[in-house]
Design a protein around this ligand. Structure first.
Ligand code: FAD
Length: 399
């Protein structure tokens, strides 16, 4: 049976980052991915400043910058009045190594790292390996994967579950995943059309508030992307139909020029955190451990923060003989605390803000936002929080 020090389940952004960070430290890693390739996944498009700094530690940031778009500015807009509050990360150049958000499709990161891992002497990547089960004891973990050639077994000291929201490994651990699911779904569309031509002074990241139909408008190198809520009663076939798409663009752009789309995808959105991320030799990271709405772009970024934290701890355990229970317990405490206190709280607030309804309670959210925007100290704090610098600092203080 093939034995590695660490097996990583899932070649998404979190699995590839943790596998690469471990391989660079000289740890033997096997990355098992159920699909035939790193899928053309368009979900995440923003990499925050804090994450760019972490990825710089493993030599990847410059290569991502080459294939992404620097977005120092982001905007909040009220659709009905065209009021715009613009935030400029350039104001934090004195403290941020990368004073911008990088707009980059998430599959570019996963593919780049999978490619690097394939070339690494102490890493191996196997696609078409769908993990079906695992067993752990004091000596290690045995993982069973289904492949086109039949079932295969692998052994390791530690198994990292970076197998996404529907994680097979999380389900087998039988750990609770409490939180809630929003009643509405979210539709994302992408188009090669130049949507900036329809708006004044649009930035690459725009959150547009509206009581009826809020939306997020984001630029990535290959497309403009729109994220929009869909009423729970709406039929999925209609949601992704040409008729709905034409109506949507007409409403957003005030023009009935036909806009061609490249992707139309419906997502259910959850706010959930597992009750524990460390289970003996099995560790959860990324979407297998926590889910949140995409307003602010924290899901993948938070998962990469897990990956970098966990890689450092496993290195200390495997190479420096440090106490595994202690360090992996600390991983759990640090990452779950930050997930609850920062990511869950902030994404719920971000969604409330964009749903501005004209009602008194919601108007207060915008008054608060204007107050933050007009005060340079509060504006800096806000940008530090939204770029996930504050959560990274908070994590390091948890012992
Ligand atoms: C519309 C939308 C927009 C988003 N935008 C952002 C954003 O801008 N910024 C941000 O930070 N986050 C964003 N997110 C969240 C982000 O996409 C996820 O948090 C991120 O993909 C999680 O990465 P992951 O590697 O944990 O999981 P995934 O990306 O889901 O990867 C899991 C991998 O595991 C594989 N796998 C699954 N089961 C098995 C198995 N049994 N065996 C082997 N392999 C398996 C899968 O095939 C997949 O490759 C967005 C989400 C949505 C829905």
């Amino acid at each position: 049976m093939v034995r590695s020090e660490v097996i990583v389940a899932g070649a998404g952004p979190v699995g590839t980052v943790v596998a690469y960070a471990l391989a660079l430290r000289g740890i033997d890693v096997l990355l098992l991915e159920a699909s035939a390739t790193c899928e053309d996944d368009m979900r995440a498009s923003t990499i925050h400043s804090s994450t760019l700094s972490l990825l710089n530690g493993i030599g990847i940031t410059d290569r991502l910058i080459d294939v992404g778009l620097k977005a120092p500015l982001y905007q909040y807009r009220i659709r009905s009045t065209n009021e715009v509050l613009e935030f400029d990360l350039g104001e934090l150049s004195d403290v941020l190594e990368f004073p911008f958000r990088l707009q980059c499709e998430q599959f570019k990161l996963a593919r780049l790292l999978a490619h690097e891992l394939e070339a690494s002497p102490n890493a191996n990547v196997l696609f078409n390996h769908d993990i079906k089960s695992f067993k752990q004891d004091a000596a290690g973990v045995v993982v069973e994967a289904e492949t086109p050639a039949g079932s295969r077994s692998f052994q390791c000291d530690y198994l990292i579950a970076a197998d996404g929201a529907r994680s097979t490994i999380r389900r087998q651990l039988d750990v609770s995943f409490d939180g809630f699911t929003y009643p509405e779904s979210f539709l994302t569309l992408s188009t090669g059309a130049d949507l900036a031509a329809y708006f004044d002074n649009l930035s690459f990241v725009n959150y547009v508030s509206d009581p009826e139909e809020w939306y997020v408008l984001l630029k990535v190198p290959s497309a403009w992307r729109i994220l929009i809520p869909v009423d729970e009663s709406e039929d999925d076939a209609y949601t992704i139909s040409d008729r709905k798409t034409a109506r949507l663009f007409q409403g957003l752009l005030g023009d009935d020029t036909p806009i061609e789309t490249n992707h139309r995808t419906i997502y259910r959105v959850h706010q959930r955190v597992v009750s524990k991320m460390n289970h003996g030799r099995v560790l959860l990271a990324g979407d297998s451990a926590h889910l949140n709405n995409p307003l602010g772009g924290f899901g993948m970024n938070g998962g990469i923060h897990d990956a970098m934290n966990l890689a450092a701890k496993l290195d200390d355990i495997l190479r420096n003989n440090r106490n595994a229970e202690e360090l992996l317990g600390l991983y759990d405490r640090q990452r779950r605390t930050v997930m609850h206190q920062f990511v869950q709280a902030q994404t719920i607030r971000n969604k409330k803000m964009i749903e501005e309804s004209g009602k008194e309670s919601r108007r207060q959210q915008w008054d608060e936002m204007r107050a933050i925007h007009s005060d340079s100290g509060r504006r800096r704090d806000y940008m530090m929080r939204q770029s996930m610098m504050q959560s990274l600092k908070a994590e390091a203080e948890i012992r």
